[in-house]
Design a protein around this ligand. Structure first.
Ligand code: CIR
Length: 258
């Protein structure tokens, strides 16, 4: 198991209310509330023993607080993404300068057009990385991503998605062979050998948890998921993400962890 030392986050901007959403019925995010939730998120991460780099908000990119989509950071390399969402495409280039503070030039790889890839589609399990083939990550993006991984001593495999936005919308690896699964992922052959913790349909949003150094951050308001993670032996911290949920975001989307 790989402990994390660093986390990168980006403050949400006021333009957050214009973020892409598949659930307009939830209403627009409230900026003040989103900022407070972001403060609490940073605080929870610090309690897990990581050093947090906080980047300034970028108003021109409404979804830019979801830094997870801009890069995949591993113990050997950093792979800068090429987001499939047109309005998010340039977010990745704004992450390069920060990534260079932590990785040497020869450790940094880039996904390039016609390949698209978003980090929310990538789940790390030790040295292996699952990548979701989604509306945001295309086949060429997967191919480039796996080639980059292999160059740096990792492996990767593709998981075609059916309904969810990103792979980690419905999956979270909690180390120790424990996998949180929701919806379409409950039955997938690829994940048969994991010890699965199934999320009940009415709490499906809470599949997006993050493991950080043996503590699991869980979105606030999902008691069944919280109890199941605690029963598996983890310390938990609840973090309210209600404003981010309104634009399809969650705990993993808000940070890069390495
Ligand atoms: C988007 O649609 O791109 C944002 N509104 C939400 C991104 C969520 N990111 C993630 O799951 N990694």
């Amino acid at each position: 198991m790989q402990l994390f030392h660093h986390v990168i986050v980006r403050r949400p901007g006021k333009s957050l209310s214009e973020g892409i959403t598949s659930a307009p019925e939830l209403g627009k995010p409230n900026y003040e509330k989103a900022l407070k939730q972001h403060d609490a998120y940073i605080e929870a991460l610090k309690q897990c023993g990581v050093e947090v780099t906080v980047l300034d908000a970028m108003e021109e990119f409404p979804d830019s607080c979801f830094v997870e989509d801009t890069a995949v950071v591993t113990k050997n390399c950093a792979i800068i993404s090429n987001p499939g969402a047109e309005s998010r495409r340039k977010e990745s280039s704004h992450m390069i300068e920060t990534i260079k503070k932590f990785y040497r030039e020869d450790q940094i790889e880039y996904i390039t057009a016609p390949g698209t890839m978003e980090g929310g589609d990538v789940m790390m399990v030790g040295n292996h990385f699952y990548i979701g083939l989604s509306a945001r990550t295309n086949e060429e993006g997967c191919r480039q991503f796996i080639a980059a991984l292999e160059k740096h001593g990792h492996t990767g495999s593709i998981v075609p998605l059916e309904k969810v936005l990103h792979l980690k919308t419905g999956l979270a690896y909690l180390e120790n062979n424990h996998l949180l699964v929701a919806g379409e992922f409950c039955q997938k052959e690829e994940f048969a050998s994991f010890d699965k913790i199934e999320i009940s349909a009415d709490e499906s949003y809470s599949a997006n948890c993050i493991w950080v150094n043996d503590t699991v951050l869980v979105p606030a308001g999902y008691p069944k998921t919280l109890a199941a993670i605690q029963a598996a032996g983890y310390r938990t911290i609840e973090v309210d993400t209600s404003e981010y949920r309104k634009i399809d975001g969650g705990l993993s989307c808000l940070s890069l962890r390495f």
